[in-house]
Design a protein around this ligand. Structure first.
Ligand SMILES: [Zn+2]
Ligand SMILES: [Zn+2]
Length: 368
């Protein structure tokens, strides 16, 4: 609208004035929003595709599921997909069979993935491909089929590179196109179920960042991006859900890199882990309280390929003592608040797909 009755000079003064105020308001909002988004109301009924249960030594998964339901109700989560973390032989390995009984008591609230205990520990036990015989592959495929027969919606959490971020949280590495990952891709394609993949992104190799130097990580990290591209190309019918987009510990999981892979491979999906302002991560989808513009562009370009996977750890009230899951659980509330705020910033057509539709389709969740 023209400024009636003003000359060109006062119009340009007014523009400078408006611009200065807009700038101040923007700065103030940037400072206020991280605290204020705790109050963002939860959108109705979203789906979290990446949630862990901590039952402790007593394996109290019923108690952990109760904690999960309480938090889900608080933050508007209709359904959560629970998955065993990616484990290796050094740990007391457990898989989905430990907690499915507890989940079945809450009809319609949970689905699950399996293999994070049994299949992932097998893959890492056979990190050296020379040791893999045909019998190992056959047994591995049979174990994978049984997981789906027993009701899992897919495989997870599987790990290619898993950086150790705390004591008792293991370093794991095999390339994503390790021979047993290829066997798993064939089973996933045949059963039409996705594989949830934890693969910290390294483009071309790098020294381990100093903040991860204390744990069991080696001094140098190998490239992981090329292995993922080869896995995606190997069987285009195997859907890969690359976990933890939007909060990248190492720096190569950029919106640009994800976009390039998505354009080359129609079987790549990403679950987003939205973190708060304090989290020491790179390539954050939520930054300075706002939606990062590169992420916004990517989500709008591929709205059918993204879901929300908060990576929350729900701990039973009966658990005494610590461990990495109990430590990570302290981040649940800021993570869930940040996620709800992030969802409120998305264009409505993108939000509808991220919040619910994509997860329903990819994990074939029954309509309620
Ligand atoms: Zn993970
Ligand atoms: Zn996880």
């Amino acid at each position: 609208m023209p400024f009636h009755g003003t000359n060109v000079e006062s119009r340009s003064h007014r523009r400078v004035f408006v611009r200065r105020w807009a700038c101040l308001v923007w700065l103030a909002a940037g400072m206020l929003i991280p605290a204020a988004y705790a109050q963002t109301p939860a959108p109705a009924q979203w789906i979290d595709v990446h949630l862990h249960l901590i039952g402790g030594r007593g394996q109290d998964y019923a108690g952990a599921a109760d904690t999960a339901i309480r938090e889900m109700d608080r933050f508007g989560i209709a359904t959560a997909i629970v998955l065993p973390p990616p484990q290796i032989d050094r740990q007391p390995v457990y898989d989905a069979s430990s907690f499915t009984g507890a989940l079945r008591r809450h009809r319609g609230r949970f689905a699950w993935l399996g293999g994070g205990g049994t299949l992932n520990s097998t893959i890492h036990r056979y990190a050296d491909p020379a040791k893999i015989t045909d019998a190992v592959k056959r047994d591995f495929a049979a174990a994978a089929d049984k997981i789906i027969d027993d009701g899992a919606a897919g495989f997870g959490e599987m790990a290619s590179l898993h950086i150790s971020a705390a004591e008792g949280h293991p370093y794991e590495f095999v390339p994503a196109d390790h021979p047993l990952f290829l066997v798993l891709a064939d089973v996933a394609a045949r059963r039409d179920v996705p594989i949830d993949l934890h693969m910290d992104a390294v483009d071309g190799g790098m020294p381990t960042p100093t903040r991860f130097a204390k744990s069991s990580n080696p001094p140098q990290l190998a490239d992981t991006m090329r292995g993922l591209a080869r896995l995606l190309a190997y069987n285009p019918k195997a859907k890969i859900v690359w976990a933890h987009g939007g909060s990248d510990p190492l720096g190569a999981m950029t919106p640009a890199a994800i976009g390039r892979l998505m354009e080359a491979h129609s079987n790549l999906y990403v679950s987003l882990r939205i973190v708060g302002a304090q989290a020491p991560m790179t390539n954050k989808a939520l930054s300075g309280g706002g939606l990062d513009p590169d992420w916004k562009e990517l989500l709008s370009r591929h709205p059918d390929r993204f879901m929300i996977g908060t990576d929350s750890f729900m701990v039973s009230a009966s658990v005494r003592g610590g461990g990495p899951g109990v430590t990570f659980a302290q981040k649940n509330t800021p993570t869930l608040q940040a996620t709800v705020h992030f969802l409120s910033l998305l264009p409505p057509d993108v939000a509808a797909r991220l919040v619910r539709e994509n997860a329903m389709r990819i994990y074939k969740l029954p309509p309620k």
